[in-house]
Ligand binder design. Structure first.
Ligand code: NAP
Length: 853
């Protein structure tokens, strides 16, 4: 007789529930696993439609936790079919005696948290109530078929099938007239099989999908070789990869090569017959629409190659969404099927389905009879299975109510108000955007480790903090914002179910980085969680330090390059290195005109570069000082940023050079910066600018110079400045603030590099001079309006913020932008890091604000 009070209740006996059961037993936790079906397998138990296969290859879609399985189980194909995957699940369940721990044909109807007893009460369809300390939903992301949402579906008297609930005994369509509604993965896989039997088949398509042939056969030799040579290394790579499948990292933009070259590269990816290779061919398919269009065009050309009727080919060709923002499909003979005389495609955008009738379907101006209708209309994905169970947390709040406007989770694993409640591959985790096996194992292990740790430390409850949940929501949004997903109506966005909130449900920051974040949260004393038990309380609200996804990706790439540290170089070597790096960056947008020239400074002529907008002048003028720690750089070294600001703000940017250290130490750069401003003010009209609208701007050491000359202009009674835009400025060389400790390593500008800059530029005594450390000025009153941008992971963050506060205290109008998840250099990386765009848009709007009369 199963116990009705256990440590853990797990709902679902798919691959997640099975592995969790194994780990719970191994670690001495009592458990009940409740499963609605009559066998293990989860999605592979329910989805038995003909042709059902896994789109992730068998080399990657299998458990890694039991190494013996790799000897004991041999996959027959590259992409396993549903019966073989189900047999695998059964094999594992038998091998590990999991059947004895699972209650089959039991549905959970209700679960409620009792804050007095610190337990969950779980009510089942058999009338049993089970109490448990921890409650885990391992119910899968695509397990609740959605209502087809078509008029008259209950009237049809013929046979009705739903791909996600296919009869176990199979279906014989021989001689039948069959309608299939939907053209997602399930339909695309099943239709060629149905068409092979049916007398007539009509495909009702609302949105065409991208599909590529699976080229099924034996598993790819290169993957088999890698597994044979070093399985552990292969699996480790999978766990830290973006998708959970080891793949070479793309290194080139789709826009950096000719169309022919791009198509040749895509053809190579295509020939691999792997789900993720096409999208991974170039660096920017997921984030840049023009790059994505190259892939879309390639995919459409493939449809035209196969489908003989050009009109049908065009109807099958997706035109209105970016590749991979709807889940791409893998098929066997899908497009070929449309060349068969008894298969017909109906575009229901043109010929709307009016109603299902007793005998068939009325659409367009036709009324057609069918013997069978197959609904391949998809799922209430990600949240359907979670909110379909009545789950009540603290204070009587249900999960359904809490998530009315979209799921809120911390790490996609837990949610505030629901202590000791866990979701495996929940919303806010990589889940459906990953190899599910890798993600399932990671979540199971995270939950197992949490339970073991809590038990060892005597804690009874764990619950995320509201701060952590909010941080995670913001981070998920940051990640989604730089992709193309949000423009597409997909089930990823909840768009397939009427009334569902529109958010990107899975986490798109990548499997490896997600794992790092989850591991860090656990290792740093359950960062973002509150734990209680035995009169003890441990609260570690955060901060959860989350970097912009593209910035982190860039750091990952840089880490692989093992670049020499700047501080180990001579200034000449460092300058050579910076020039070489600059040659590889994206150029930035076109502007109206670029003019180079020189201006007279006290110590001789210095260069400038003017960026003029395409619009008619005279324009407001921004005198710009480049970054580079007073040692590196020139008037052209921030070229992409200057172009971007010129274009966005519609202002003239005059980037001026100044003498560099160590050849010319403090205050040479200040003197030159001042001479440049004075010269621009005197010659504004000849330069085509507006003498009454001048501001200064600068990045890093250039931000320092801009702040200093703004003070000098105030003290010298001119030139009159309209504003100062300081991007991650140096403001105080006299001491190192806390951000040096937090961000001193690993974020490009390091503590050591900054020290190297200062040492070349100014003596310890000079650093305290107000012209080196503008924050130390006696008064900051009467300075021009300022916009100060600081990066969260910048060693200079605190001194930038301190300058902003000090200016505000002195009555200066200050706008502060705290660039969440950014480092010192990332905001300047125009056209390379999309997450910097919104910051630069705000900077441009700040510049416009300076000049608004
Ligand atoms: P799906 O991708 O959501 O496709 C549903 C299809 O039905 C879409 O074409 C949709 O059109 C159409 N549809 C929905 N309601 C409709 C209506 N009222 N009238 C007309 N058409 C309607 O669902 P799925 O094919 O079951 O696949 C879901 C996910 O499961 C996949 O994306 C994949 O992640 C997973 N899956 C994986 C595999 C595999 O690994 N091999 C196989 C099957 C499924 P719209 O696009 O216009 O909404």
């Amino acid at each position: 007789m199963a116990k009705s009070d256990v440590d853990v209740v797990v709902v679902g006996a798919g691959f997640a529930g099975m592995y969790l059961l194994h780990e719970l037993r191994k670690n001495g936790f009592s458990s009940r696993v409740l499963e609605a079906g009559d066998d293990v397998g989860g999605t592979w138990y329910w989805n038995r439609y003909p042709g059902a296969r896994c789109d992730i290859g068998t080399t990657d879609y299998q458990y890694t936790w039991d190494p013996e399985l790799h000897e004991q189980w041999q996959w027959s194909e590259k992409h396993a079919a549903q019966p073989e995957i189900l047999r695998y699940a059964q094999f594992v369940a038998k091998k590990h005696d999991l059947y004895s721990g699972i209650d089959f044909e039991v549905r959970v109807e209700k679960a409620a948290w009792n804050d007095e007893t610190k337990q969950w009460s779980v009510h089942t369809s058999t009338g049993e109530t089970i109490t448990c300390r921890h409650y885990v939903m391992a119910t899968g992301c695509l397990s609740v078929p959605k209502d087809p949402d078509i008029e008259g579906t209950d009237r049809f008297t013929g046979d009705v099938y739903v791909t996600g609930r296919w009869p176990h005994e199979g279906v014989d369509f021989t001689g039948k007239r069959v309608a299939v509604i939907g053209t997602g993965s399930s339909a695309i896989q099943s239709m060629p099989h149905i068409a092979a039997q049916a007398k007539e088949m009509v495909v009702f398509q609302r949105t065409p999908n991208f599909s590529m042939p699976a080229f099924n056969g034996p598993p790819p030799q290169d993957r088999l070789d890698r597994l044979a040579t070093d399985r552990a290394a292969y699996e480790a790579e999978a766990r830290m990869s973006p998708t959970g499948v080891p793949m070479p990292m793309a290194t080139v933009s789709a826009l950096a090569v000719s169309r022919d070259e791009a198509f040749a590269m895509l053809e190579k990816s295509w020939q691999r017959g792997e789900l993720l290779t096409i999208g991974g061919t170039f660096t920017d398919v997921g984030i840049n629409r023009a790059a994505n269009d190259v892939v879309c065009e390639f995919m459409r050309s493939k449809i035209r190659e196969v489908v003989k009727d050009p009109e049908v080919a065009e109807t099958l060709s997706p035109r209105d969404f970016a590749y991979s923002t709807k889940r791409p499909c893998m098929d066997t003979n899908y497009y070929e099927m449309f060349n068969l005389p008894h298969v017909r495609l109906v575009d229901i955008r043109k010929h709307k389905i009016k109603s299902v009738t007793e005998t068939g379907i009325d659409f367009g101006d036709e009324s057609k009879e069918f013997d069978a209708i197959v609904y391949a209309t998809g799922f209430d994905a990600m949240t359907g299975a979670l909110v379909n169970v009545d789950i009540t947390g603290k204070n009587g709040i249900t999960l359904k109510k809490k998530w009315e406007s979209g799921p809120l989770t911390y790490l996609g694993l837990t949610t505030v108000g629901f202590p000791n409640f866990y979701m495996i591959t929940g919303p806010g985790s990589p889940s459906v955007l990953s190899n599910m096996m890798v993600s399932i194992e990671q979540h199971v292990e995270w939950i197992r480790d949490a339970l073991v740790d809590m038990r060892a430390k005597g804690f009874d409850t764990i619950e995320p903090t509201p701060e952590a949940e909010e941080d995670w929501r913001v981070h998920c949004t940051d990640c989604a914002d730089i992709t193309l997903f949000q423009d597409t109506n997909s089930w990823y966005m909840g768009a397939n179910v009427p009334g569902k909130p529109r958010v990107l449900f899975p986490y798109i920051g990548g499997v490896g980085r997600y794992r790092r974040i989850c591991t860090e949260a656990q290792q740093r004393g359950f960062l973002g969680f509150e734990l209680q038990g035995n009169g003890k309380r441990q609260l570690n609200p955060g901060p959860v330090r989350l970097m912009q996804p593209d910035v982190e990706m860039m750091l990952d790439v840089m880490a692989t390059l093992e670049l020499p540290p700047i501080e180990a170089m001579s200034p000449a070597e460092a300058r050579g290195f910076m020039d070489a790096s600059a040659a590889m960056r994206a150029p930035g947008p076109d502007v109206g005109e670029i003019v180079d020239g020189t201006f007279p400074a006290a110590a001789g002529d210095l260069e400038y570069r003017i960026y003029r907008p395409a619009s008619a002048g005279p324009h407001p003028i921004v005198v710009y000082y480049h970054g580079g720690g007073w040692v590196l750089g020139s008037h052209t070294s921030d070229d992409p940023l200057c172009r971007d600001l010129c274009k966005r703000a519609d202002v003239m940017i005059i980037s001026v050079n100044y003498r560099h250290a160590p050849e010319a130490r403090f205050p040479a750069a200040v003197d030159d910066a001042w001479d440049a401003l004075a010269w621009v003010a005197d010659n504004a009209e000849q330069l085509g600018g507006d003498a009454n609208r001048i501001a200064v701007a600068g990045w890093s050491a250039g931000g320092n110079l801009a702040a200093v000359v703004a003070q000098m202009a105030r003290d010298n009674a001119g030139p009159k400045l309209r504003g100062q835009l300081l991007l991650t400025p140096v403001t105080d060389g006299s001491r190192q603030s806390a951000s040096y400790t937090e961000n001193g390593e690993g974020y490009v500008l390091t503590k050591n590099v900054m020290e190297w800059f200062w040492n070349h530029y100014a003596s310890a005594e000079d650093r305290k001079h107000v012209k080196a450390s503008p924050l130390l000025a006696e008064s900051l009153a009467n300075l021009p309006p300022a916009m100060i941008v600081t990066g969260q992971f910048d060693p200079l963050r605190d001194e930038g913020n301190a300058y902003a506060r000090a200016l505000a205290d002195a009555g200066v109008d200050v706008k502060r932008i705290q660039a969440r998840g950014h480092i010192h250099t990332s905001i300047t990386m125009v056209d390379m890091l999309p997450s910097g765009q919104s910051i630069r848009a705000k900077m441009a709007s700040g510049l416009r604000g300076f000049f608004a009369d």
